[in-house]
Design a protein around this ligand. Structure first.
Ligand code: SF4
Length: 336
């Protein structure tokens, strides 16, 4: 699992609004290896989803990628034209969202939507009506297989159902089946379980892990839920106010967090012990990204602040093999 599939380098994505420029992603770097599940975690509004949309190429006005590189299988996606980018989207890189009801087309059956995707990406056919019946039937069989793979109950019947006829969990399974039908190398899952109850949540997470094992795909899992991160991911990147502040394997992030923000997140997790303790929380609130704090963006909320913190943005420095931290407390002279 050492071969790098995706490398994001110094990515900057800004939104040009009437109030000012929102620096939603401001110098983000990380990589995802082949067959790895990489978690991106952080508070709402920290730039996780904007990072994902930048990777898949769905940033629209007033947003703009203003700097950096997104290298996928050796190609910088930001140097490709829209037509080339479109070929990657859905075929090489797929994305599932929090609420599948808003992503699935309500007037087409689940089967028609999967078949349409297969015809487009495997045969180059854009108009389903011009497809020979035998070819449609062949693709429909493949769609049923995909539904079976994601453990959809009674796939032969469900394939003809419309999104509104399915439960939330079944819709998310249909969405995963659709996004994996073209065998992408990278699946981006943006809060895929947030709208589901806990039992269904566990089933969906198991399916994602299963897909990684069976199909060998890499997954970028975006969530604000730390329990989801523990269960599924191999490595984690912690985001704060448009920056990555810490990257390490999942065990290290939970057992030996270094950045004061990550430490605060860990302390805010309720513990099941007999001892009654007050739940700690990170003081203050998320900064306005039109006027982000100078230097380290976490400094107004940090209990370990040093004079340099307000003046200089800390670099993401490797403090031990595979463990990166962006904080002036670490990295020695590299962060002076
Ligand atoms: S750089 Fe300074 S303000 Fe930022 S997290 Fe580290 S100690 Fe706190």
């Amino acid at each position: 699992m050492d071969e790098v599939l995706l490398k994001v380098e110094d990515l900057h994505t800004y939104f040009y609004t009437y109030e000012g420029v929102v620096k939603a992603v401001d110098g983000v770097s990380f990589d995802i290896k082949k067959g790895e599940i990489f978690g991106l975690v952080g508070e709402t509004g920290c730039g996780k989803s904007v990072t994902a949309l930048s990777i898949i190429g769905l940033i629209d006005d007033p947003g703009k990628i203003v700097g950096g590189k997104i290298i996928f299988k050796g190609k910088n996606l930001l140097e490709l034209g829209e037509e080339e980018r479109r070929k990657f989207r859905g075929k090489e890189i797929s994305m599932i969202f929090q609420e599948p009801m808003t992503s699935l087309n309500p007037v087409y059956s689940i089967g028609d939507q999967i078949v349409e995707l297969l015809l487009l990406h495997e045969e180059g056919i854009e108009d389903m009506r011009k497809t020979p019946k035998e070819l449609r039937e062949k693709k429909k069989k493949k769609a049923i297989e995909m539904l079976r793979l994601v453990r959809m109950p009674d796939p032969e019947r469900t394939i003809d159902s419309y999104p509104h006829e399915l439960s939330g969990g079944m819709r998310q399974r249909a969405m995963i089946a659709m996004m994996l039908a073209t065998k992408p190398s990278l699946l981006i899952a943006d809060e895929p379980t947030t709208a589901l109850d806990v039992t269904v949540q566990a089933q969906i997470l198991n399916i994602l892990m299963d897909m990684r094992d069976k199909l060998g795909i890499s997954i970028l899992l975006i969530t604000h839920d730390l329990s989801v991160i523990t269960e599924v991911t191999d490595r984690v990147g912690v985001m704060y106010a448009g920056n990555i502040v810490e990257i390490a394997d999942t065990f290290t992030i939970f057992k030996n967090p270094k950045h004061p923000y990550t430490v605060g997140l860990m302390e805010a997790i309720p513990k099941i012990t007999e001892k009654k303790e007050e739940l700690k929380q990170i003081r203050g609130s998320v900064p306005n990204l039109i006027y982000p704090p100078s230097g380290c963006r976490f400094h107004p909320r940090c209990d370990y602040i040093k004079p340099i913190c307000q003046k200089k943005k800390p670099k993401l420095v490797e403090i031990e093999p595979g463990h990166f931290v962006a904080c002036h407390l670490y990295g020695g002279e590299k962060n002076e």
